[in-house]
Design a protein around this ligand. Structure first.
Ligand code: SF4
Length: 245
């Protein structure tokens, strides 16, 4: 038997050098964002899975703060899926009116509640297939629920996440599903939810759509955006050095 250890050549499915360096950079970015944003709970208020499901459906096209204003009265009136399933459309519309698109949202939350009540024993399911069968629930909402409620792998592609991952050069796809696949290939499953939440915060608080605050950005020297590492003036706002340690 030979003692020579032969190194294995690249196999199908192995990352290319470019993919490998993107994956390492993505993890370095995540390390820094975990320090910048230590808490990564959803900004929507909820006390149980049912409430988070309804709150996330209501959050489409509006702010989490706006949803948090209407959900206390909604959940006081309809504290579980079966009670919301029996609610009058007009009553729900009135309660959620200020979140916008209130007719469609009222229809969706009532129909989702009915399915939970009748087919899921009033429990929020954890599988992607079951979640996207609920009215008003697409992959983004399903991933929020899978990550926040069940600790499952979840890449949550919302407007902030898509913008920041593109600026960071980690995603190039033009569709949410494409971005989700690209990021899922870079980030280990157990860290995907953390990555999603931190990137979302970073998009809200630092990497704004119109004027990103590159000078104050914690991941500046890991970012190829014009205000980032390719800016000759760039220094790390955390260490005040011109390279990331
Ligand atoms: S350097 Fe600028 S563009 Fe890059 S992540 Fe930071 S704020 Fe966004």
């Amino acid at each position: 038997m030979s003692n020579n250890k032969r190194s294995r050549g690249p196999a199908a499915g192995d990352p290319t050098p470019e993919e490998h360096s993107s994956a390492q950079r993505a993890l370095d970015i995540l390390d820094r964002l975990e320090r910048a944003y230590p808490d990564h709970k959803p900004l929507l208020n909820y006390r149980n899975p049912y409430e988070l499901l309804i709150a996330v459906i209501l959050s489409a096209q509006t702010t989490d703060a706006q949803v948090n204003l209407v959900t206390p009265a909604l959940f006081a009136a309809f504290p579980d899926p079966c009670s919301l399933a029996r609610a009058e459309q007009s009553t729900v519309e009135e309660l959620i009116h200020s979140t916008g698109f209130f007719r469609a949202k009222a229809r969706n939350v009532r129909a989702a509640a009915r399915l939970l009540c009748e087919q899921f024993n009033s429990e929020v399911p954890d599988s992607m297939k079951a979640l996207v069968s609920l009215p008003g629930v697409g992959r983004k909402t399903a991933n929020v629920l899978r990550g926040a409620l069940y600790g499952l792998p979840a890449v949550i592609v919302d407007t902030h996440f898509a913008r920041v991952t593109r600026r960071l050069g980690l995603a190039a796809a033009s569709t949410a599903d494409g971005v989700e696949r690209e990021i899922a290939a870079l980030i280990p499953p157990q860290r995907q939810y953390s990555f999603s939440m931190r990137l979302n915060y970073h998009g809200r608080y630092r990497c704004h759509a119109r004027r990103p605050d590159c000078a104050g950005c914690e991941v500046r020297l890991l970012c190829p955006y014009p205000g980032g590492m390719n800016n000759a003036e760039a220094e790390d706002p955390v260490t005040k050095q011109s390279r990331v340690d």
